[in-house]
Structure formats: structure tokens, C-alpha cells
Design a protein around this ligand. Structure first.
Ligand code: ATP
Ligand code: MG
Length: 314
């Protein structure tokens, strides 16, 4: 039996969220008072790992942090969420990254210091660790600069050891969308959002993009925000509407969605049920500020599973 259901090779940084309905930062030595301040678990990979652990999966994390408070905060918080962080590497020469998120109602401005976010290398994910896991997930492909060149080989090696693989690229800040082809050829589950799917396939509409993706990758889902999501498995298609929840903050909704979808995949569920699970996890996560505070337990997600309503794709 494996020690881990899931291993995440990813980036780690906290989010500092400052919220106020009238927030208007001003230079020129102005001090502005804000309603609330929260330091939360940030980064797509870490939010995914927490979502999966909350569903009861045994999750291990490999990543790089600096020898600083932000890094210690991330390791402590992931540990408290049930994620095994013993393989996280502390590199004293690095500074852990940070995002400062200023929120005003539904609008937000984000200031990010990338720091160690892009420094994990494929060689830092040892075969001895992969051997202990059933599945390997990678997120933020375009931010993980040092991981990119070795990722296809890492996925190939993982598959050779009997693991399955999943990938959520998230947005490419350079909007080049290159370097993915070889990785997608060894990806079992692909999890872009709509804009990312269109950009990666260079297709003008969602249906064509999904058709294109299904030619490369056996299974995956395209996230459609408040409209829910669409999934494929070979030529099979599934669709699920989002749950009607009072959405407070959608940060990390995509990562929580990914955790639900991978949970269904690892449980051997049908495509439709895996997608409904994913949508429930994504939607429920929007009920509170930050990426992880409202992620559902398995019991909670199951309770909401059939609320979304769904129908055939198209
Ligand atoms: N406003 C909303 N109301 C209800 N559910 C939502 C809302 N926004 C997102 N979701 C849920 O979260 C899922 C994923 O969200 P989204 O499409 O925003 O992913 P994403 O763009 O990858 O997000 P991220 O910013 O985390 O990368 C959706 O499929 C839906 O189930
Ligand atoms: Mg996303």
C-alpha cells in the first residue's frame, strides 16, 4: 500500500489579504486604515494540496521555501491541514514568495514577490518519494520556471513507477503558452480554465478546444467560473453547473475544483460524478476569504453533490 494517495510538486507562498469596501491605496506617505487583514495559505499547489487533504486523501508536498517566516508559516499551515511537508526543501539563499492581495468588494489588486516560487527542480522530487505515492499533481506550470525543463521526464518517470499524473497550468503571465506539448503527452488529467484552454489550443471556441485537448490527453475538465465546468474522457463529455452559493471570494476555487476532480479520478468514479464533486469543491470554497478556509470535507461535498444540476455538454 502507498504512503500517499497524492504527491504535489509545487510552489509555496502565503497570501496577505487586506480587505475594505472603500480601499484606495495612495502613495505620498498616506496611511490608509483597512477593515481586515488575513495571512492565508496562498499558491495554487498548496491550496490544491489542502483541498485534497480536507477530502481525506493522504497528501505529500515537495517544494522550496526560504529560511524565513513566510516559509515557516506555509509549512506549519500545510502541516496543520494534514499535508505531509517533510519533503519540503528549505534553501537559506532563497526568500519565500508572498502575494499581497488588496480586495475591495469583488475587485482586487495583487502585488506578488515571486521569491522561491519558481525554484523547485525536477531532481528535487526523488524516485524514492514517488514510489510511495499513487498520483503526482503539478500546478502553476508557467510560474515554476525551474521545474519546466524536467517536468515531462518527471511525469514519464512517475508513470513508469505506476503513478498517474495531473496538471493545472494556470495562467501564463507571459502569454506565450509554450513548452507544454511534451508534458501534456504524459499527463493523465488536465485541468485548465476556459481562457487557458482557448489559449493553449489556439481555438476560438470551447467545444473545439475540448475536442483538441481530448486528442492529446485522456481526461480532464475545463473550469467555467460561476458557470460550472465541462469534462472529457476520450469522446465522452460531461457538464455540471456551479452550486448556488453566496460567493465571498473565488481565490483558489480552481485549485479546490482540481482536488475534487482528482479525488473522483483516484476513487474510480464516473466522469460525471467526478465533475460534480469538482464543481461542489470549487463552489463551496468560495464561501470564505482566501483559498482554503471554506474547502469542504468529504461528507460536506457529498451532501452537495447533486445540487448543481447538470446536463449533456453543448
Ligand atoms: N462565483 C462562483 N459561484 C459559484 N461557484 C464558483 C464561482 N466561481 C467559481 N466557482 C466554482 O469553482 C470552480 C472553478 O473556478 P474557476 O473557473 O474560477 O477556476 P480557475 O479559473 O482555475 O480559478 P483559480 O483562480 O483558482 O485558478 C467552478 O467550476 C465553480 O464550480
Ligand atoms: Mg486556475
Amino acid at each position: 500500500m502507498s504512503d500517499f494517495d497524492l504527491l504535489v510538486a509545487g510552489e509555496l507562498n502565503p497570501d496577505l489579504i487586506l480587505s475594505d469596501p472603500n480601499l484606495e491605496p495612495r502613495f505620498g506617505q498616506h496611511e490608509i486604515l483597512v477593515e481586515s487583514a488575513d495571512l492565508t495559505i496562498g499558491s495554487s499547489s498548496a491550496i490544491f494540496a489542502c483541498g485534497a487533504a480536507r477530502l481525506g486523501l493522504r497528501v505529500g508536498f515537495v517544494g522550496v521555501v526560504g529560511d524565513d517566516e513566510f516559509g515557516r508559516f506555509m509549512c506549519r499551515s500545510l502541516g496543520a491541514a494534514g499535508v505531509d511537508v517533510s519533503a519540503v526543501v528549505v534553501e537559506p539563499g532563497q526568500r519565500t514568495g508572498l502575494s499581497v492581495i488588496l480586495t475591495r468588494g469583488t475587485d482586487r489588486a495583487i502585488l506578488t514577490h515571486v521569491g522561491a516560487v519558481g525554484s523547485l527542480r525536477a531532481e528535487q522530487v526523488p524516485a524514492s518519494l514517488l514510489q510511495k505515492a499513487r498520483h503526482l499533481h503539478v500546478a502553476s506550470f508557467f510560474l515554476q520556471n525551474a521545474l519546466q525543463p524536467g517536468l515531462a521526464d518527471l511525469f514519464r518517470g512517475a508513470r513508469g513507477l505506476g503513478l498517474t499524473t495531473s496538471l493545472d497550468t494556470n495562467w501564463d503571465p507571459h502569454e506565450a503558452w509554450t513548452g507544454l506539448k511534451e508534458v501534456l503527452a504524459v499527463t493523465d488529467v488536465f485541468l485548465p480554465n476556459e481562457a487557458e484552454a482557448l489559449a493553449i489550443t489556439a481555438c476560438g471556441d470551447l467545444e473545439a478546444a475540448v475536442q483538441n485537448l481530448s486528442d492529446w490527453i485522456p481526461r480532464g475538465a475545463v473550469k467555467l467560473g460561476a458557470k460550472g465546468a465541462l469534462a472529457w474522457r476520450a469522446q465522452e463529455r460531461a457538464r455540471a453547473a456551479a452550486l448556488q452559493v453566496p460567493a465571498v471570494d473565488t481565490v483558489g476555487a480552481g485549485d479546490s475544483f482540481d482536488a475534487g476532480f482528482v479525488f473522483g479520478f483516484l476513487s474510480g468514479w464516473t466522469l460525471q460524478r467526478s465533475l460534480e464533486m469538482a464543481v461542489a469543491c470549487g463552489s463551496l470554497s468560495t464561501r470564505a476569504a482566501g483559498g482554503t478556509a471554506a474547502q469542504p470535507t468529504l461528507a460536506e461535498a457529498l451532501q452537495h453533490l447533486n445540487e448543481g444540476g447538470h446536463g449533456p455538454a453543448g
